[in-house]
Design a protein around this ligand. Structure first.
Ligand code: SAM
Length: 399
């Protein structure tokens, strides 16, 4: 006889609470999910949950194989049978069935009948070229990434904070003397996939859809100087993000008002047909003082989570070299780790940052402290999607 005793009271309480939540309200969406998850956890047999957690390592390789076979794209025009998928991919039916059991089990593709598969909104996203690049990239580097427990054991479980030395976490896991970004530059096909993966938009929405870009630029200033840069996207990759932000400006700008900066090796990959004539593309190392002076906004999107604290302070201090006191703003877009109940995506990305760059996702309190060390003060915080937002800062007023 099973010794399983469901935590029925907990499940009932979570369900009762769920009934009080307006499922159409985006504000309470997170609450609804957490109560659904609490219900499942309370009802699931503890041993089953233990084994299920343990076997999560099988999920990514199945997804990656499905991506290689372009399975996410195929049921776009209607359900496909196992036989049809086998004919389209050239894979053996018995193998496909095994992979698809794992994939339908996490809800990415819907099993609409025996051996029949229907697309879902998530499979459409995973079938995009940007995610295909992400699967290729993480497929190549995943095994190294997974070797971090050995490093943590060897370093007596210290929080990694060294992104450069030959004994750092990345260097140990990847058997290299390079730091992550120089390793990437030395591996152009992985770098290409990395840059392509950066163009993914969470839920197909660019962050600037939920952030009042123009209002935040214009508020608190009488005149915007048209002879000064308006926005500098520091570490802006191939410029996909800046082009999306540009669409938020109500009137055409002058050449030189929008600037994209990234490493020389990244700027060089931007082909002529990918360049926007209104954007200036400048190779720049953010460990050197900012050379574009007096812009209204310096945007650092998904940058600081790539670096340990001291490096972040150095990047921020370099931005301040360009900032004009009382006029320039710094926008840090990225994860803002809540003090409790962290979203799963953010806590998992935090581990990726730890291995790649001895870096981390940080709380607002932690980021505020790093800004303070660089002579900046927080002037606004906007959460634009669960776990992610913009922290705005300006130069501290001189005493
Ligand atoms: C995680 S990506 C973020 C890209 C982009 N901001 C976005 O959100 O899609 C980090 C970026 O920092 C750039 N980067 C790394 N080291 C840099 C450096 N020393 N100077 C300038 N850019 C750098 C990388 O090339 C990459 O484009």
């Amino acid at each position: 006889m099973s010794d399983f005793i469901p935590r029925a009271d907990e499940a009932k309480a979570a369900l009762a609470h769920l009934n009080t939540i307006d499922l159409d309200d985006p504000e309470t969406h997170k609450d609804a999910i957490s109560h659904c998850q609490a219900t499942i956890t309370a009802l699931q047999k503890p041993g089953d949950l233990a084994l299920e957690s343990f076997t999560t390592f099988t999920i990514f390789p199945c997804l990656r194989t499905a991506s290689d076979l372009r399975i996410f794209e195929r049921p776009r025009d209607g359900p496909l049978t196992l036989q049809q998928l086998a004919e389209q991919t050239g894979a053996e039916t018995s193998l496909l069935a095994r992979l698809l059991r794992v994939i339908t089990g996490i809800g990415v593709i819907h099993e609409s009948g025996p051996e029949t598969y229907t697309a879902t909104p998530t499979s459409h996203i995973l079938g995009s070229p940007a995610f295909a690049a992400g699967f290729r990239m993480f497929g190549k580097i995943g095994p190294n990434l997974q070797s971090f427990p050995d490093y943590l054991q060897a370093t007596k479980y210290r929080n990694p904070s060294d992104s450069d030395s030959s004994s750092g976490i990345f260097q140990s896991c990847f058997h290299t003397d390079h730091s992550f970004f120089s390793w990437l530059a030395a591996n152009p096909s992985i770098a290409h996939d990395f840059n392509t993966f950066q163009t993914t938009k969470r839920n197909r929405q660019h962050w600037s859809e939920s952030y009042p870009v123009w209002a935040r630029i214009t508020e608190g200033v009488d005149t915007l100087h048209s002879d000064r840069p308006l926005l500098v996207d520091v570490g802006g990759s191939v410029g996909h993000g800046l082009r999306a932000v540009k669409a938020k400006f109500p009137h055409p700008l002058q050449t030189g008002q929008l600037i994209l900066q990234d490493q020389q090796s990244v700027i060089e990959t931007i082909q002529a047909d990918m360049r926007d004539p209104m954007i200036e593309y400048i190779p720049y190392d953010f460990f050197t003082p900012q050379m574009v002076k007096g812009a209204r906004v310096y945007l650092l999107k998904h940058i600081i989570h790539n670096w340990p604290d001291d490096k972040v302070v150095s990047i921020l201090r370099n931005v301040t070299c360009g900032m004009r006191r009382g006029y320039s703003k710094l926008w840090l877009f990225g994860g803002i780790m809540p003090e409790w109940q962290a979203p799963r995506i953010l806590s998992r990305m935090d581990i990726v940052m730890m291995v790649f760059m001895a870096a981390m996702e940080r709380t607002e309190r932690h980021i505020t402290e790093l800004l303070r060390r660089a002579g900046l003060v927080v002037t606004g915080v906007d959460i634009v999607m669960e776990g992610y937002g913009v922290i705005e800062a300006m130069l501290q007023v001189e005493a």
